[in-house]
Design a binder for this molecule. Structure first.
Ligand code: ADP
Ligand code: ASP
Ligand code: MG
Length: 414
């Protein structure tokens, strides 16, 4: 069972979470619980790091931001004990959850679940802070924002759980963020692949890595709400959204829509380098150092060269890495040979996702036409087999998502 930040925000909410956990145990299950920091806490801690040092050392950043989950794991264990349950917390290094040393975005390498399973078998509820692990050097690491989902799936795989229930503040995965589009519809089933694309393009309901891990380890994942009372159907009745394989989906007689979902991501920033020499090696000189610096480049456009054998290169990076990327590129200005660096963090990436795209043409053109009709300018485009993404002005995000949701016929009728 995993509980997100809103579910853990304060004593009263934690008491409700403890009630849900207790009921699950009383239904005859052994349970491990992974918790997030209280809502807003990680943002607050990240800000402290920025204030202390804009170009912060990621290893020290991890020490600071991992603390939010330490607090909530202890509090949940205390609350469960107050309700008469046996419970204890297990910090990342205590389990241990071993990761690599890519601080602030570490990857889980392995979880030693022996002590954990023994404790669970003895009737003790294991409460594990999400988001954190321990590096080969014995230092605290964190898994990237939203990483508690990945902690939960990894723990579920390690203890060979029957299911990994991700409790959050919505009752499942919707066709788009239900907080942006009131007419969004809840999806009873989503395939791993679709969820992977949706998450990677900004549906933060699940962290991307948690979905790829679940797919690889064949963990059954359900997304459901923690904002329920005792009369709500039990988690075992699958009241939320199940993430399933293609085969399971085909086995169900659900009517599949062409598009499964629409996502928006405001966490990218656009960088343009003007007048880059149009010659072999120029692009490698830009992206090589960024890759070495662990900065993920997403969309890339290279304009057609003019006569002067110069070209503009535009690409996007995570907003959190913008300052570092700029510093790296400015340091290499001579070597790359560009003229100006222009950055813009007021952009949003809007994506439509669906396995139905494989067999249907026209998804992209519907998207372009719909946005054009509203006067929304497209700054960059990228596609994959089951996804089309466009970069637009951040101010037009909500409008774009709404008109696309309608254009693809996804609006709920009620
Ligand atoms: P938690 O703190 O529980 O991890 P998150 O805030 O990370 O919760 O994720 C839940 C939020 O994801 C919802 O409140 C909702 O606004 C957002 N969200 C974005 N896209 C979707 C979607 N397609 N379906 C459901 N929720 C979505
Ligand atoms: N607390 C961390 C974050 O806000 C991890 C998580 O909640 O999943 O990113
Ligand atoms: Mg989350």
């Amino acid at each position: 069972m995993k509980f997100g930040g809103t579910s853990m925000a304060g004593t009263e909410r934690i008491r409700r979470v403890a009630g849900i956990v207790k009921r699950q145990q009383e239904a005859g299950h052994e349970v491990a619980v992974v918790v997030s920091a209280m809502a807003g806490e990680t943002d607050r801690l990240v800000n402290f790091c920025r204030e202390a040092n804009a170009l912060y050392d990621p290893a020290e950043y991890d020490v600071v931001v991992a603390s939010g989950e330490q607090v909530t794991s202890g509090l949940l264990a205390l609350t469960l004990q107050a309700m008469g349950c046996k419970a204890r917390s297990w910090l990342g290094w205590q389990v241990p959850i071993r990761t690599d040393d890519a601080h602030a975005k570490a990857r889980i390498e392995d979880i030693d679940a022996e002590a954990l399973t023994a404790s669970m078998a003895s009737g003790e509820i294991a409460v594990i802070p999400g988001f954190q692990g321990v590096s080969p050097q014995g230092r605290v690491t964190t898994l990237g924002r939203g990483g508690s989902d990945t902690s939960a799936v990894a723990v579920a795989a390690a203890v060979q759980a029957d299911r990994c229930d991700i409790y959050t503040d919505v009752d499942g995965v919707y066709t788009t963020d239900p907080r942006i589009v009131a007419k969004a519809r809840k999806l009873p089933l989503v395939t791993y692949e679709e969820m992977l694309e949706l998450a990677s393009v900004g549906s933060k309901v699940l962290q991307t890595r948690s979905v790829s891990l679940a797919m690889k380890e064949k963990v059954r994942v359900q997304v459901l709400s923690s904002f329920i009372d005792e009369s709500a159907p039990p988690a075992d009745d699958l009241p939320g959204t199940m993430i399933v394989s293609d085969e399971e989906l085909e086995g169900s007689d659900m009517e599949r829509q062409l598009i499964t979902g629409i996502a928006a991501d405001k966490n990218e920033a656009k960088i343009t380098l003007t007048r880059v020499p149009d010659q072999p090696g120029a692009v490698a000189a830009i992206f090589g150092p960024l890759a070495d610096g662990n900065i993920n480049v997403d969309m890339i456009i290279q304009n057609v060269a003019k006569e002067k054998a110069e070209t503009d290169v535009t690409f996007t990076v995570p907003q959190a890495d913008l300052l570092r990327a700029q510093a790296m590129l400015e340091e290499r200005k001579e070597a790359i040979g560009y003229y100006r660096l222009i950055s813009d963090d007021k952009v949003a990436k809007i994506s439509v996702v669906g396995v139905g795209m494989r067999s249907h043409a026209g998804v992209a053109s519907t998207m372009f036409r719909t946005l054009a009709d509203r006067g929304i300018n497209i700054q960059a485009i990228s596609t994959s087999e089951i996804k089309v993404s466009v970069l637009i002005d951040a101010d037009e995000t909500e409008l774009a998502v709404r008109v696309l949701h309608t254009a693809y016929g996804m609006d709920a009728t009620a």
